[in-house]
Design a protein around this ligand. Structure first.
Ligand code: ADP
Ligand code: MG
Length: 153
């Protein structure tokens, strides 16, 4: 199978937000699984996704609530699983049905939810690449339409 992925380097938080807006524009619903070290830009990317939905509120990591909700007609559920240990904790959240909902889900620290994520999804990994540079790899697992990388041309 050909690798359905794309790596982009951003040099500012604004550019990473722009990627988030672009992904949200490409997918009416479904899960975006975000992986990467602290401060690698995951929340920044989700902020961009929320902007696409016209969410007026500031987007921060939902560290204490674990899930935040944005949007009106279209919803974005923003998970941050950092404080959880693994799939058992995530299942206890009782919110994994949101992964199948008619909504967007952005999941930070998606590795904590291994085995609970739908097979059909988008994976995004974030790496520090010096100063304000971030290397962001988007991998489509059957959710985006063919030709999706053109949106990042
Ligand atoms: P995470 O959610 O992965 O912990 P955040 O998005 O909360 O990361 O934080 C990223 C931090 O890195 C912010 O302070 C942001 O201003 C800074 N930053 C610098 N350059 C970039 C970039 N290219 N993309 C995203 N964030 C960047
Ligand atoms: Mg975060």
């Amino acid at each position: 199978m050909s690798k359905d992925s794309l790596t982009i380097e951003t040099v500012s938080p604004e550019e990473t937000e722009r990627l988030g807006r672009a992904i949200a524009a490409l997918m009416p619903r479904g899960v975006v699984a975000l992986r990467g070290d602290l401060a690698s830009g995951k929340t920044c990317f989700v902020r961009g996704m929320a902007q696409h939905l016209g969410a007026p509120l500031a987007v921060h990591s939902p560290t204490f609530t674990l899930i935040n909700e944005y949007g009106n007609e279209r919803k974005l559920y923003h998970f941050d699983l950092y404080r959880l240990r693994g799939p058992y904790d995530v299942e206890d959240l009782g919110s994994t049905e949101l992964f199948e909902a008619d909504a967007l889900c952005a999941v930070e620290w998606a590795e904590r939810a291994e085995g609970l994520l739908p097979d059909t999804r988008v994976d995004i990994s974030f790496q520090h690449a010096g100063d304000d540079r971030r290397r962001i790899t988007i991998t489509n697992h059957g959710l985006l339409d063919p030709g999706w990388p053109n949106a990042f041309g």
